[in-house]
Design a protein around this ligand. Structure first.
Ligand code: NAD
Length: 490
């Protein structure tokens, strides 16, 4: 497909069903309500999408609950085959879906293509895990019985996803849920429902039975999900988004004693030691900072650089950041698209202004451009003082604040001085230091001489207030399975 230059091009937006998907049917919302989806690069409305009401949410749970027993009884291989076919469909539609992601979310087409590959990989990974769900057979301690364990699907799940990776975030939940034999209601972010609807269409085409997956875009996420969370038929909630909303959902889940998986906010430290390969660290920093225009939970949020290599690192990173082309993600050569909306852009600008007021220096960027769209330039800040808000708040934008350290322990203390614990990045050539610091970082993941940790084959997730549970890897399917123990008398 040729590069798109106008959002008036019908293309993929026209081809996505802009409706609710419930019980295998595409249908309008109760009362015919719709909401507008915007292109953050132009502020133009792309289309209207059905806006689910609480009754529509419950209808989706009705469908999921009705489909649960039949789906749980299917052959694991058949569930895997559906996922494998959906993987192939997504990969075959890379250009179409990448364009959809770019139009509603803003990131560059190159990044959107990478997201399609990444998301599809979760479907392939879990297609392979479905037939490997295992159990146990043991002799009991007294020797007069047997301990048999089997693993069964948790049951109907509510999956709530954010806008920053509108294909990959649902794929990371839908893949293991389908593989495990669970049915589900998916509530995509209101900024980016189209990509999730395209995913639902691909899964239906791949042979997913009616009712197994239901999608309810809505502008009222609280009122639509609250009755589901209270409903005894729901057995699990899996959420990716902010820690604040995660806390609310955990509270609601407590009332119904639901299984929960929470992928929440981050505040990733990026540590560059004196012995680091600084050029490699700059490369890694560009990935860790600029993937998704910095709108990633795993984005490097605080750069802690040893004073001996700080000048070299700052010069390298500043040159690379300043050279990035900012523009509409659909345009050729653009590397940095807009942020998702005005709220997010103003929040990022506010964090930078706060740091500068407190004494930080701008090495590049730092000013909102005068143009349509929610753009913020790649920005490097040095001499960031303790107490600047961006040291403790998730930036979620293309801003790299740099501070220096002279002592390894001081760096670790600073890195861990946050309620978040998703990922930490570490650059050093000393094996002993690498092991020591990787073990000391209070995070669920560590990027060691690597700016990218995401991998369908790896357990993705955080500690502290960054979340509960892991997505992907060999344990990823466990989030959607219950262990049943059968005490067997002889
Ligand atoms: P958000 O929490 O505002 O929204 C996420 C989702 O929750 C959306 O679908 C939204 O509609 C829904 N939601 C909002 N209020 C709700 C409520 N009261 N009840 C039910 N659902 C509700 O987050 P966001 O701004 O869309 O995404 C950014 C956040 O997501 C960042 O903090 C980021 O770190 C986090 N994130 C985490 C991961 C991870 O894997 N840890 C991945 C991506 C994003």
């Amino acid at each position: 497909m040729s590069t798109m230059t106008s959002t008036s091009d019908p293309g993929p937006v026209d081809r996505v069903p802009k409706l609710l998907f419930i019980g295998g049917r595409w249908r309008a919302a109760t009362g015919g309500r719709t909401f507008a989806v915007e292109d953050p690069a132009t502020e133009a409305v792309l289309c209207e999408v059905a806006d689910a009401s609480p009754e529509d949410g419950l209808a989706a749970l009705d469908a999921a609950a009705a489909a649960q027993p039949g789906w749980a009884a299917t052959a694991p291989r058949d569930r895997g085959e559906v996922l494998r076919r959906a993987h192939d469909l997504l990969v075959g539609r890379t250009e179409e879906i990448a364009l959809l992601i770019t139009l509603e979310m803003g990131k560059s087409l190159a990044e959107s293509r990478a997201e399609v590959a990444y998301a599809a990989e979760y479907l392939r990974w879990f297609s392979e895990e479905a037939p490997r769900i295992s159990g146990e057979w043991r002799v009991n301690s007294a020797g007069d019985g047997r301990i048999v364990t089997l693993r069964q699907p948790v049951g109907p799940c509510l999956l709530i996803t954010p806008w920053n990776a509108p294909l990959a975030m649902p794929a990371r939940k839908v893949g293991p849920a389908i593989a495990a034999g669970c049915t589900m209601v998916v509530k995509p972010a209101e900024q980016t429902p189209l990509t999730t609807l395209a995913l639902a269409a691909a899964l239906a085409e791949a042979g997913l039975p009616d009712g197994v997956l239901n999608v309810v875009p809505t502008t009222a996420p609280g009122p639509v999900t609250a009755p589901l969370l209270r409903d005894r038929r729901l057995r699990k909630v899996s959420f990716t988004g902010s820690t604040a909303v995660g806390r609310t959902l955990l509270g609601a889940a407590a009332g119904n004693v639901l299984r929960t998986s929470m992928e929440l906010g981050g505040n990733a430290p990026f540590i560059v030691c004196a012995d680091a390969d600084v050029a490699a660290a700059v490369d890694g920093a560009m990935t860790a900072k600029m993937r998704n225009v910095g709108e990633a939970c795993v984005a490097a949020n605080r750069f802690l650089v040893h004073a001996d290599v700080a000048d070299e690192f700052v010069a390298g990173l500043t040159a690379r950041m300043a050279a990035l082309t900012v523009g509409r993600g659909v345009d050729d050569g653009v590397r940095v698209g807009p942020l998702i909306d005005a709220v997010q852009r103003d929040r990022v600008a506010g964090l930078v202004d706060d740091a500068v007021r407190r004494g930080a220096r701008i090495a590049t960027g730092g000013r909102v451009p005068e143009r349509a769209g929610y753009f913020y330039p790649p920005t490097v800040l040095t001499d960031v003082p303790a107490g600047a808000r961006l040291g403790s708040e998730e930036i979620f934008g293309p801003v790299a604040p740099i501070t220096t350290f002279t002592d390894e322990q001081e760096a670790v203390r600073a890195a861990n001085d946050t309620e978040f614990g998703l990922v930490g990045y570490l650059y050093t050539r000393d094996v002993g230091r690498a092991v020591r610091l990787a073990e000391l970082l209070e995070t669920g993941m560590v990027g060691l001489n690597r700016g990218l940790v995401s991998d369908a084959a790896a357990p993705f997730g955080g500690v502290k207030q960054s979340g509960l549970g892991r997505e992907g890897g060999t344990g990823g399917i466990d989030e959607y399975l219950e262990v049943k123990y059968v005490a067997l008398g002889l």
